[in-house]
Design a protein around this ligand. Structure first.
Ligand code: ATP
Ligand code: MG
Length: 448
């Protein structure tokens, strides 16, 4: 046994008795928990089961943040859960979870609570079609004790429980200390746990960025050493994990941290991994500029465009003489590997290609505003045009024309109330010799 493994084992043995923090000593109050989650927890408890809140909800409430969702764990098995909650559905093939649904007053999108039975460690975390080997009876062997359930989770801060029976917080993995110290630490032996499920490599970066925590040294070494296994993660799963990031506006930070650990090339195609020095600031602008944009698809399209754009611009700067078909060929060529890596659906590939086409049309001084405005992704293209040209000196020929349009179009519904005028920045101070309005700056076919 290697020394580091001995330490890990000792650590786990010594923690087999959980630390229990009674209600007066922690800040989680029932008022902060979704009403329907409380209902589920109480119904389980009143039926004689153990019922805990788990995962991100406990972590976030301890940090004073508002949880995104409330996950529940219990010793009731899926069939018992189904019997207790009429409004539920068993999902998953290998590890069966129960989704419990509640409809709002106006029958809007239902609120879903994921309720899982305590499970023991198992090498595969996810229910991917690829990873499921049909094994009858396997499900029966998956259930475990609360301590085992905590032990199979990813990071110590994600493995805390809130017990509805006495409102205490239960800590089997020393997560409270790490929460206090603001540390991301994988549970168990880092190499084993990252190799077991390489998506945890990205999750480590994600939580460090989202919460502004530090990655503990051994965890950092483990993720660096095992990041190569990200290459084998199914595209659908990688996309799902990334889509979870977009609305949290932490993709740029995650890529920076990935550069720090030198692991981005393990999961991103070369064309993207080689250009992060330029694409990260661009992506940061996307995240800052769209604070209210809360749509995964919209942000996914903007993110992938931002990742591809700097490399493409190196070969084809925005200029009148650029041949559109050559740019389109290049975009097609570079889009292919990232589309495969993330299993991007056709409508997203189409959207990204369209943004590039429109962007280069703006760059060539195509001013058929009405025609351009009818195109779905005009505002996305205008966004990238503004960000890129604002940063270039001298400003390209059509810059002031598009800046004027940006201001004028702010109230267009397609602008989604985002201030495109601001994005172009204030007009430069009048300098002596500022060129007069040129022919190139006049619109064509514009309507009032
Ligand atoms: P978020 O606020 O993004 O929902 P979360 O911590 O709740 O954060 P989820 O993806 O919702 O993250 O997962 C819920 C819990 O399931 C995690 O807190 C963690 O305990 C466990 N978990 C999720 N993914 C993994 C994984 N790949 N390996 C081990 N445990 C995981
Ligand atoms: Mg969650």
């Amino acid at each position: 046994m290697t020394p580091s493994k001995a330490t890990t084992d000792e650590r786990q043995t010594s923690l087999s008795e959980p630390i229990i923090i009674p209600r007066p000593d922690h800040p989680i109050s029932r008022k902060k928990i979704a009403h329907n989650a409380i209902k589920i927890l109480y119904r389980l408890k009143n039926s004689g089961f153990t019922a805990y809140l788990a995962g991100g909800a406990v972590r976030d409430m301890l940090l004073g943040l508002t949880p995104a969702d409330f996950d529940i764990v219990t010793d009731a098995n899926p069939k018992q859960l189904k019997r207790l909650f009429r409004n539920s559905r068993i999902i998953g093939r290998r590890f069966r979870l129960v989704h419990i649904f509640f409809h709002g007053h106006n029958r809007s999108t239902p609120q879903i609570f994921e309720t899982a039975t305590f499970r023991r460690p198992f090498t595969l975390e996810h229910d991917d079609a690829e990873s499921i080997k049909e094994q009858p009876n396997l499900a029966n062997n998956l259930f475990g004790s609360p301590a085992e359930d905590a032990g199979r989770r990813d990071f110590t801060i994600n493995a805390l429980f809130y017990n509805i029976a006495d409102f205490s917080v239960i800590d089997h993995v020393n997560g409270l200390q790490d929460l206090e110290d603001r540390i991301i630490r994988i549970i168990g032996d880092p190499d084993t746990r990252f190799a077991e499920d390489p998506v945890r490599v990205l999750r480590a970066l994600e939580f460090a960025c989202r919460l502004n925590f530090t990655i503990e040294d051994e965890t950092g070494k483990g993720l660096k050493a095992q990041a190569h296994a990200l290459a084998g993660v199914p595209a659908s799963r990688l996309r799902e994990e990334l889509r979870g990031l977009y609305t949290k506006k932490t993709t740029a930070a995650l890529l920076s941290l990935g550069d720090h650990y030198q692991i981005n090339h393990h999961w991103l195609p070369d064309q993207i991994a080689n250009n992060t020095a330029e694409s990260i600031p661009l992506l940061q602008t996307v995240e800052n500029f769209f604070p209210r944009l809360d749509n995964d698809n919209e942000l996914e399209k903007m993110t992938i465009t931002a990742l591809l754009l700097p490399g493409i611009l190196k070969e084809y700067p925005l200029a009148d003489e650029v041949r559109l078909n050559l740019v389109q060929e290049k975009v097609e060529e570079w889009l292919k590997p990232i589309s495969q890596r993330l299993s991007l659906p056709r409508f997203q590939r189409h959207a990204i290609k369209e943004i590039f086409t429109l962007l280069y049309r703006l760059g060539r001084g195509d001013k058929r505003i009405n025609q351009l405005l009818n195109r779905d992704h005009f505002f996305a293209a205008l966004f990238f045009y503004a960000v890129i040209t604002k940063a270039t000196t001298p400003r390209p020929a059509h810059f002031s024309f598009w800046r004027q349009q940006g201001k004028r179009l702010n109230r267009n519904p397609g602008a989604r109330k985002l201030d495109y005028g601001a994005l172009f920045g204030k007009p430069e101070k009048k300098q002596t010799g500022t060129p007069a309005k040129t022919q190139a700056d006049k619109p064509t076919g514009e309507q009032k």
